[in-house]
Design a binder for this molecule. Structure first.
Ligand SMILES: CC(C)(COP(=O)(O)OP(=O)(O)OC[C@H]1O[C@@H](n2cnc3c(N)ncnc32)[C@H](O)[C@@H]1OP(=O)(O)O)[C@@H](O)C(=O)NCCC(=O)NCCS
Length: 336
């Protein structure tokens, strides 16, 4: 078989809404405390969108503009959009076409939506990578964007979940590598559907004869529910596994990692993974303290900040990893 070319991340960018919601603001709503949230999750504050200003698609577009600028690519040169979100603007169509319109991309490029929750961005990156590897496209825009805050139970009933999630967006531009060995070395995707209901938003479901009436009778089913302890238990196994899988495939050891960008699920999970992999503090990136868990947006926001802060240099070995609802989990190993 002929050797396939590799893709590399030519540009990365992020956008977060301007409204900062500190833990203290949640205390009276959720019957929670700043101390409880920080101790269990590490989160100090998160961003909530502003209705009429931020949408899932236009936050993604704001992140994409920065990624395109860094890559030196015009919006109309994008040949494929891959958009990951669990909080789309509409039930249908997906947010990819809305982002295309927002960016003024008028070249009829396909827009593909990916629904894999916290693993969504790495799934989307993997899809994009395959298209570049095969030579079908040269310029692919990959976006993760989420608005959680409008869908959370902001009463004490929701406190186990609502403290965790935040809003934001991140994006990357993939292009074919020009240097041998540079770029995405491999991606690894997994899922285990038997745990589908462990972290879920049940409604609106198509499986109701009278969808609207069901929701009116059961409005609480519009909120996310989570078996937090079980999610935690699986996450601390799957993260190290899928990171190791990526390292093994490429002949690396954990100590070869220059920067691990884990999905920002919970600081305790990240610390457990760090310890399990034997990585020092400077090799693991965390910004969950400021943004909470932004599901499909969390990895590209973290990657974008790490690059902005100069924590990732040319030639570094960067590992992206995620775990979440589905269950799904994934990793990507990148020679930057
Ligand atoms: C969500 C999570 C922080 C909850 O922590 P936990 O230790 O499992 O907490 P539990 O749900 O067992 O609840 C323990 C107690 O805290 C209470 N509690 C739950 N949420 C609370 C909150 N926000 N504030 C205060 N108390 C809270 C519970 O009511 C319970 O009280 P009780 O002992 O009187 O019944 C933790 O399970 C977790 O991080 N799970 C992984 C979540 C995750 O990463 N999800 C995203 C995956 S992509």
């Amino acid at each position: 078989m002929a050797t396939l070319r590799q893709s590399y991340i030519a540009g990365v960018g992020h956008y977060v809404p301007s409204r900062v919601v500190k833990n203290a603001e949640l205390e009276p709503l959720l019957n929670t405390s700043d101390a409880w949230i920080q101790e269990r999750t590490g989160i100090q504050e998160r961003r909530w969108f502003e209705e009429g200003k931020d949408t899932t698609a236009n936050m993604g577009a704001n992140a994409a503009r920065k990624a395109l600028e860094m890559a030196g690519v015009a919006a109309n040169d994008v040949q494929l959009i891959v958009f990951a979100t669990l909080s789309p603007d509409y039930f249908f169509p997906g947010s990819g076409v809305l982002l295309q319109r927002e960016l003024g991309i008028n070249n009829n490029a396909p827009a593909l939506d990916v629904r894999n929750q916290c693993s969504g961005f790495i799934y989307a990156l993997s899809v994009a990578d395959q298209f570049v590897r095969t030579g079908m496209y040269d310029t692919v825009l990959v976006v993760g964007s989420e608005i959680h805050s409008s869908g959370l139970d902001k009463s004490p009933n929701g406190r186990g979940v609502s403290v965790i999630f935040g809003d934001g967006a991140g994006a990357v531009v993939l292009r074919p590598s020009t240097e041998e060995g540079q770029g995405i070395l491999s991606t690894h995707l997994h899922s285990q559907g038997e745990h589908a209901e462990e972290l879920i938003v049940k409604e609106p479901s198509s499986n109701r004869e009278e969808r609207l009436q069901y929701i009116l009778d059961n409005p609480q089913d519009l909120f996310p529910i989570m078996n937090g302890q079980n999610v935690f238990k699986h996450a601390v196994v799957r993260f190290p596994q899928v990171i190791k899988e990526a390292l093994d495939q490429n002949g690396f050891q954990p100590t070869d990692i220059d920067m691990l960008i884990p999905h920002q699920a919970n600081l305790r999970i990240t610390q457990y993974v760090q310890q399990k992999m034997g990585l020092s503090d400077d090799k693991v990136f965390s910004n969950i303290q400021r943004y909470g868990n932004t599901t499909a947006a969390s990895v590209p926001i973290a990657l974008s900040e790490a690059v902005q802060e100069g924590k990732i240099k040319r030639g570094d070995l960067v590992c992206l990893a995620a775990f979440g609802s589905g269950f799904t989990w994934a990793s990507a190993l990148i020679k930057w």
